[in-house]
Design a protein. Structure first.
Lengths: 391, 297
């Protein structure tokens, strides 16, 4: 038994050890943060009460939007030929939300009272709604993933019972996601005094929702390529192409709404006159929207693994930049106050949690039937059996 | 006794009735959820607005002696510290604005503005911040989870955090709501630059001062009568309000913008769930076709 474990550990790819060390270090710093308080371990201040942790949370929730988008396409719109992507994507979503919950816990000044949002509701608060939606949706993701975890155990008899309720659970999950993806944008409506007008908008909830659809799909596409490197398994390129086909439409709507809103509110002139803010905003437009729209409009790109992956990274980078802008870079400084830069401990905790996500993904991919329906990538490219290939 | 009704509800419920009842109660829950936001807002109203506790600060009378700061520290038991902004131990502070060419100057007393519709109260996820029926915006330190959204939401930058603590709390002025004599700062002011009273009367007084000296006050108006939906801390000044750190907010309250978004939440949830269900039913027949389709465009 002991020998078996040692052999198993030896067999692990080297990066697993690197990730484990980062997790351990981040965990140690995290415990110190909980003990010492926010003042001692972060650079947060009165002028910048939220920092890199919130930017990370917003980005991760947006990227994890792939889970609800795909679940809707497969279970509600009956596009069952996308089914092979469900398990890897739901796991990515669940780990994403778990990391958000951990970082939120770190971010709470009174983490010892984290449960208060359950018992002291303020129904008017967008943040109250977001907390509830994230908590409920994380539970739904556990539910959606449970067949993977149970399949090779003695409890597998429960799977048919669980799967009976998959569709209602997916519909609840899609509704909850619609709410909290958009409400994360609502959080920033109240901050009109500080948030630069290029980002501040009454349409923020809609922007956040639409961009989460785009970044979620992009995560599935990019993830399929990364899992080829790590697990030698991936999705048929046909499916990736199918997902990529949606992107120009979603991003197109997003682009038109963003510029249209600026035009309507007479803020279009900020586009070229706001210095650093103009650069940040135009970067979002060009790299996060225009380039991927052009790329994914072309059939060659959609049917090329590498080109799709590059396009998907553009989309994700654009949305992540948008979340960092809305919560950090585009928060205008106050007079006489130094701009916020994260403390190394904030970064160490963040890196630890993110490494934990990749570590958990790698290990679950190794020991659980995560990729049952995906194809082995060195197989010849005959038409893959899509549904339950291994049964 | 009327046996009939008893029979109906007890034994005679047909399937159709049941569906009706179920439907009605679902609608009822949805409506209740939709209106709860309004109900919550109105339950806090209490006294009419003109009766609310308030303070009038006349910047043109203030001499910057800072006795109000000292009185506040004493009454609230706050430690001395060297800061130039509101903080965990400073609930009020006097700052002087001097224009670049030195020709214009004014004092400004920073403290909680006790908004009529406070952003912090609307934002707080656990309702640790509340607006009392008679005006003050107060904080329950036993409920706060330290998310600091109130600090983000306040357009005046008022709520401060006690960063030095391992388990910090939000700190801010509470208008000495439980002090019978009213706020300690107003009681101390030697010049009468700071007056405590009822909001309606103070606005009246401010307007009389403006009428007496029509060219003295900026825009001939009192900041806080309507700004950001109104405040209980009212300010008169001779210099533009922006110069003394009062943001241009318009007359609508900040939470009213957010409320548009949050109030659609229950409807949105029901709408998305309903839409998804109907798409599920409508696309069910296509299931087999879709399997063989496979194409992309």
């Amino acid at each position: 038994m002991q020998k078996k474990i040692i052999d198993e550990l030896r067999d692990m790819p080297k990066f697993v050890y690197v990730l484990a060390m980062l997790v351990a270090f981040g965990g140690a710093v995290g415990i110190y943060r909980l003990y010492a308080g926010l003042g001692a371990t972060t650079n947060l201040s009165k002028a910048y009460p939220w920092g890199i942790w919130i930017s990370f949370d917003l980005s991760t929730v947006a990227l994890s939007g792939g889970a609800f988008t795909l679940a809707a396409l497969v279970y509600v719109f009956h596009m069952h030929n996308l089914h092979a992507a469900v398990r890897p994507t739901v796991l990515a979503g669940l780990l994403g939300y778990t990391s958000v919950l951990i970082i939120l816990f770190m971010d709470l000044g009174r983490w010892d009272r984290a449960y208060h949002f359950l018992i002291y509701p303020n129904l008017n608060s967008a943040l109250f709604e977001v907390s509830w939606c994230i908590a409920l949706y994380s539970s739904i993701l556990v539910y959606e993933l449970s067949p993977v975890l149970l399949q090779n155990t003695k409890w597998k008899g429960a799977i048919p019972v669980l799967e009976k309720y998959t569709v209602p659970m997916v519909i609840a999950g899609v509704s909850l996601s619609t709410l909290h993806q958009s409400s994360l944008g609502t959080l920033f409506i109240v901050m009109s005094a500080r948030l630069h007008p290029l980002w501040h908008s009454m349409l923020l909830p809609i922007f956040f929702l639409i961009s989460s659809l785009a970044s979620g799909l992009a995560l599935i596409i990019a993830g399929a390529t990364v899992s080829r490197w790590v697990f030698k398994r991936s999705l048929p390129q046909k499916l990736i192409a199918k997902l990529g086909w949606f992107l120009p439409w979603i991003l197109g709507v997003y682009l038109v709404l963003k510029l249209g809103e600026l035009e309507v509110t007479d803020e279009l002139h900020y586009l070229f006159t706001s210095g650093k803010y103009s650069v940040l905003f135009i970067s979002e437009l060009v790299f996060g929207m225009i380039i991927p729209i052009i790329m994914f409009s072309r059939k060659e790109v959609r049917h090329s693994r590498n080109a799709s992956m590059i396009g998907a990274f553009f989309v994700m980078a654009g949305v992540v930049l948008n979340r960092f802008n809305a919560s950090w870079f585009a928060i205008q400084p106050l007079q006489g106050v130094e701009a916020y830069k994260p403390h190394w401990m904030e970064v160490a905790i963040l890196v630890g949690v993110a490494s934990g996500v990749f570590l958990a993904y790698t290990l679950i991919g190794r020991y659980f039937p995560l990729f049952d329906e995906t194809i082995k990538i060195d197989e010849p490219k005959h038409a893959p059996k899509l549904i339950a290939a291994t049964e | 006794m009327n046996n009939n009704s008893c029979q109906t509800c007890g034994t005679d419920v047909s399937r159709r009735d049941f569906l009706k009842i179920a439907g009605a109660s679902t609608c009822g829950i949805a409506v209740a959820a939709l209106t709860s936001g309004e109900a919550l807002a109105s339950s806090n109203e209490g006294l009419p607005l003109e009766e609310h506790k308030a303070m009038l600060y006349d910047s043109t009378v203030c001499i910057g002696c800072k006795q109000c700061e000292a009185a506040c520290k004493l009454d609230n038991n706050l430690a001395e510290e060297d800061v130039n902004d509101l903080s965990g131990n400073t609930f009020t502070i006097i700052k002087e604005y001097i224009s670049e060419d030195g020709t214009e100057s004014a004092f400004r007393k920073y403290q909680c503005m006790h908004c009529v519709e406070p952003s912090c109260v609307a934002s707080c996820p656990v309702a640790a911040l509340t607006k009392l029926g008679d005006g003050p915006v107060v904080y329950d330190e036993d409920v706060c989870i330290g998310c600091r959204y109130c600090m983000q939401a306040c357009p005046y930058g008022v709520p401060a955090y006690d960063w030095s603590q391992a388990y910090p709390l939000i700190r801010k002025c509470d208008l000495c709501y439980d002090r019978p004599e009213g706020p300690a700062c107003a009681e101390t002011c030697p010049k009468g630059a700071l007056i405590y009273g009822k909001r309606g009367e103070l606005i009246q007084m401010a307007k009389e001062r403006i009428a007496l000296n029509p060219d003295k006050y900026y825009e001939n108006r009192v900041f806080g009568e309507h700004d950001g939906g109104g405040t209980s801390f009212l300010i008169l000044a001779a210099v533009p309000f922006e110069k003394i750190g009062l943001p241009p907010l318009g007359n609508e309250s900040l939470p009213s913008h957010t409320h548009t978004a949050t109030s659609v939440v229950p409807g949105l949830f029901a709408g998305v769930a309903g839409l998804m269900s109907s798409i599920y039913i409508r696309t069910k027949d296509n299931e087999d076709d879709d399997l063989h389709e496979g194409g992309t465009t």
